[in-house]
Write a protein that binds this ligand. Structure first.
Ligand SMILES: Cc1ncc(COP(=O)(O)O)c(C=O)c1O
Length: 358
């Protein structure tokens, strides 16, 4: 390939892109590396999608995805103008960085967090300051009491899984009224209390969620934000200047059906919480230190075994987990909670690895 970067816009030369978890083509893998839901989407979602596969695909979808906003509004008890929807929460986050987080002061996020945040900062030219997590990998809100252009973190945090009580988020908001606070709740349904309940009280709070995790729809790409209508309007401006139809007809119909099937949502999310608790017990029994998780994954390290080596040995046994080569967390593995059978297979593989001589 010829060297073509002389044709590139200058800003692109220095961009560092996000590295998503691997999506291998092999079928016989136990895939515990990207926090997908091990259960299929609701049968009602699949039926709806099949019904949508027809002649109407000829037509553009509703640019405002009104039906979906109504379904989300019914679920959370908020109004349509308090809701923004996008192509996965990554897109919603990207618009939030551009629309709400680019100011003169640097934005703040934890040193260990979702690794897409610094990438968006690079893309949009946003200064940021990383605030170290505590020794126990918690977010301490007092550390965020300083002038800033905005604050963003996931709750539960990723990749640690640690949950911040809603009371702490409210305390943060009480002290931080002059910039936007974005809470990325990709994993909130696995045991946390959503900050959506606080958007009426705090007009600078934006809560972002996804259907990729607790609603088993990572492949459909639907995310959304809830916040004050004035914040939503900023996101709508960016969206309307970028792509009028981020959600296609299938995504809108499938997402509405997912919100309407509350029973399936409840039963699968509770099953994952039960499996997580069991997995934590098994890993602890094998000598792992497991951080307290409010998510559909656990973050664990073994006092005597190298994490990269463990990941490689698991892979030989057709089990894939995520390992980050990053200071402070390079001895941890992030393991998605699978079905009980998958979690058992993982625990058995780890037990046999730990038993075998090195
Ligand atoms: C913290 C966090 N936020 C957002 C996302 C993006 O989710 P999606 O774009 O699938 O909605 C992820 C994905 O893993 C995540 O871990």
């Amino acid at each position: 390939m010829a060297n073509q970067d002389k044709f590139w816009s200058p800003a692109i030369r220095d961009l560092t892109r996000y590295t998503p978890g691997e999506q291998p083509r092999l079928n016989d893998l136990i895939k515990l590396n990207t926090n997908e839901n091990p259960y299929p989407p609701s049968p009602k979602v699949l039926e709806t999608l099949r019904g949508e596969m027809g002649e109407t695909l000829r037509l553009y979808p509703d640019p405002d995805a009104d039906r979906l906003k109504e379904a989300i509004g019914r679920f959370y008890g908020v109004e349509k103008h308090q809701i923004f929807v996008g192509n996965g929460s990554d897109e919603v986050l990207a618009h939030a960085f551009q629309a709400l987080l680019k100011h003169d002061l640097p934005i703040l996020f934890p040193d260990i967090t979702y690794s897409f945040y610094p990438v968006y900062c690079g893309l949009y030219g946003i200064e940021h300051t990383c605030i170290p997590l505590t020794e126990r990998f918690d977010i301490r809100i007092d550390d965020y009491r300083r002038p800033n252009g905005g604050i963003i973190f996931p709750n539960p945090n990723a990749p640690t899984g640690c949950l911040l009580p809603l009371a702490h988020i409210k305390a943060l908001l009480e002290n931080n009224t002059e910039s936007v606070v974005v809470i990325d709740e990709a994993y909130i349904d696995f045991g946390g209390e959503s900050a959506v309940a606080a958007v009426e009280r705090f007009p600078n709070l934006l809560v972002i969620q996804t259907l990729s995790k607790s609603r088993s729809l990572a492949g459909l790409r639907v995310g959304f934000a809830i916040g004050d209508a004035g914040l939503i309007e900023a996101l709508e401006r960016v969206k309307g200047s970028f792509n009028s139809y981020p959600l296609d007809r299938l995504a809108i119909a499938g997402a509405v059906a997912a919100f309407e099937d509350r029973d399936y949502f409840e039963s699968t999310r509770l099953a994952i919480i039960r499996s997580r608790n069991q997995l934590v017990r098994e890993l602890s029994g094998l000598g792992f230190e497991v951080l307290p998780s409010g998510a559909n994954f656990v973050f664990a390290r073994h006092p005597h075994r190298d994490a990269a080596e463990l990941a490689a040995l698991l892979r030989q046994r057709h089990i894939i987990v995520r390992h980050f080569r990053q200071p402070r967390i390079e001895q941890f593995l992030r393991i998605t909670v699978g079905t009980d059978a998958q979690c058992r297979a993982l625990a058995e593989a780890l037990a046999s690895i730990l038993e075998s001589p090195r």
